[in-house]
Design a protein around this ligand. Structure first.
Ligand code: SAM
Length: 220
């Protein structure tokens, strides 16, 4: 799959898929979006001392990197499950500028995340275990994983990848969440909100990152 490196409006990189005409992040700012949607509206709202976190679409690892740094800063233990069907190639992740934009540890941390083996838990820091799962969410059997406290639903937009934003997938995820678990997504589409609601999440529309009026958050 051909992917192009793009600079978004806040200076951070994202990837563009010409075939799908879709970006991995908001063109208004990848880093800004990731911090707003997943860290501020998601991770910071889940104050349990130990968190099982599922990301649907590990991609560039940006959300995982910010989560690792948050875990360290706030002393939260995170077991991070990064589900990804199409892992990046080394020549793609090596070019990403997130390391340079964040702090002096970031480049090394991001590299470790991408280079560590798939499909097994890897203790990256005292607070952070990364388990990248190279699989398709369609038909994936979550039974072997612990129940989740937090889900980052970061698939491509429903207009590009409708099959992922389905009630069936939302129900599987809901059933694999602990009570009080939170799901966040950048998407604010009405049908997505209703489908998440119909499987049991209590949904709210909250302000989105710059360039996007709203996003969605659900609580089990
Ligand atoms: C919008 S991108 C976000 C990626 C990532 N969260 C990031 O910050 O870079 C969506 C991701 O979902 C992955 N993906 C697409 N279809 C998938 C599927 N069926 N199962 C698992 N992952 C999938 C894509 O390869 C891509 O990495």
């Amino acid at each position: 799959m051909k992917r192009e490196l793009i600079i978004t409006e806040d200076g951070s990189h994202t990837l563009y898929l010409p075939e799908m005409q879709e970006h991995y992040h908001s063109v208004h700012g990848a880093l800004q979006e990731s911090k707003h949607v997943f860290i501020e509206a998601g991770l910071k709202q889940q104050n349990r001392s130990t968190i099982n976190l599922l990301e649907v679409g590990f991609g560039t690892g940006l959300n995982a990197l910010l989560s690792l740094q948050h875990a360290h800063e706030f002393g939260q233990h995170i077991h991070y499950f990064g589900l990804e069907k199409y892992p990046l190639q080394a020549e793609e992740y090596q070019q990403l500028n997130y390391g340079r934009l964040l702090n002096e540890h970031s480049a090394y941390e991001l590299q470790k995340m991408h280079e560590c083996p798939w499909n097994e838990p890897v203790q990256l820091t005292e607070y952070f275990v990364l388990q990248k799962i190279n699989n398709d969410i369609h038909g994936y059997n979550f039974a072997a994983l612990p129940l989740f406290d937090l889900i980052y639903f970061d698939a491509f937009a429903p207009s590009k990848q409708e099959g992922i934003w389905t009630e069936a997938i939302f129900r599987t995820l809901y059933n694999h969440c602990k009570p009080g678990a939170i799901l966040v997504t950048y998407c604010a589409k009405g049908s997505v909100r209703r489908d998440l609601q119909s499987v049991g999440f209590r949904m709210e529309r909250i302000p989105g990152p710059p360039g996007k009026k709203e996003m969605l958050r659900g609580i089990k």
